[in-house]
Ligand binder design. Structure first.
Ligand SMILES: NC(=O)c1ccc[n+]([C@@H]2O[C@H](COP(=O)([O-])OP(=O)(O)OC[C@H]3O[C@@H](n4cnc5c(N)ncnc54)[C@H](OP(=O)(O)O)[C@@H]3O)[C@@H](O)[C@H]2O)c1
Length: 278
């Protein structure tokens, strides 16, 4: 019986495929642009779009467990397709945003809540992975670190608990290969609270060259980020930073409880991705 990974091109999806192969699980993988996926021969690759649930039907044949991203428009239609196809267990990459007060009215929280609810209401077995901010968000700084040895930020003292994407993928693999996490919804974070300024300093320390923080206004930050990120997301990112100044976000022990290992540090993430910043 295969496990299907939807979004095998993604940072986490590709690590989930690799983790399943390490465990010698049968893996099927989809992407909307399946011809661009380069995966080992034993992975069966197919095309599918979460926004066209019937496109998943061939990939779901004989599949009991599915890894899913939550970036989709009609979660009820998708859940109905998964049920029709005989899926038993969905492992959804959700977000810790669903646990925050007011999640229902928050742009980010509500889009994950909709998907989680549709899956629960459909009666599918599920694991909702609820990570906080990814360490990989720092990849957005790569250009200015390389070009200017500086990062411009409106709220450098915003506090985060960045999580390495490999930690999320590992928990996904555990969920996809047994019932240990059936109907669980672990909040996943990194091991330490770090301000954005701490993160910039860590990048400098790993690459062996100081990287400075340049304070900028919200308007300047908005203009800069909007060059690459849709405006609705820019508002979310800046608002989250503003709210995180002086905050003490939860450090979750779930990764360690589930895997028995300490979660990877931000420094480890920078080391694993050092070429982005050199
Ligand atoms: N950044 C954070 O701090 C943070 C925190 C919590 C949660 N999250 C969530 O984590 C996810 C990003 O994870 P990542 O870094 O691994 O993403 P990524 O590298 O950007 O990859 C996104 C994946 O989603 C797939 N996908 C998107 N829309 C799809 C659709 N309509 N049908 C099928 N597949 C679709 C893409 O597949 P294709 O090959 O088809 O393009 C791609 O493989 C997002 O959902 C984000 O909201 C992020």
């Amino acid at each position: 019986m295969s496990v299907l990974v939807v979004g095998a091109s993604g940072a986490i999806g590709s690590l989930v495929v690799a983790g399943l192969l390490e465990r010698e699980e049968g893996v099927r993988a989809t992407s909307r642009r399946s011809q661009t996926l380069s995966l080992p021969d034993q992975v069966e690759v197919m095309a599918a779009d979460l926004n066209d649930p019937s496109s998943l039907a061939p990939a779901l044949e004989g599949v009991e467990r599915v890894f899913l991203y939550a970036d989709l428009d009609d979660p009820e239609a998708l859940a109905a397709q998964l049920r029709r196809s005989g899926v038993r267990h969905v492992v959804l990459l959700s977000s810790s945003a669903v646990t925050f007060p007011g999640a229902e009215d928050d742009f980010n929280g509500s889009r994950f809540l909709r998907v989680e609810r549709a899956i629960v209401d459909s009666g599918l077995g599920h694991t909702f992975l609820r990570p906080g901010g990814f360490a990989s968000n720092a990849a957005r700084w790569s250009w200015s670190v390389r070009a200017e040895s500086a990062v411009s930020l409106p709220y450098p003292d915003a506090v985060q608990v960045p999580i390495h994407e490999a930690d999320i993928a590992e928990v996904a693999v555990i969920a996809l290969t047994g019932d240990a996490l059936l109907d669980a919804a672990p909040v996943l974070t990194g091991p330490e609270r770090l301000t954005l300024r701490d993160q910039v300093e860590t990048i400098g320390s790993v690459i062996g060259r100081p990287v400075s923080v340049i304070e900028q206004s919200e308007a300047e930050s908005f203009a800069l980020l909007s060059q690459h990120v849709p405006e609705v997301w820019v508002r979310q990112i800046i608002g989250d930073w503003r709210d995180a100044v002086g905050a003490t976000p939860e450090i979750s022990g779930e990764y360690t409880r589930i895997t028995g290992r300490p979660s990877r540090t931000f420094r480890t993430w920078v080391g694993d991705n050092v070429e982005l910043f050199r």
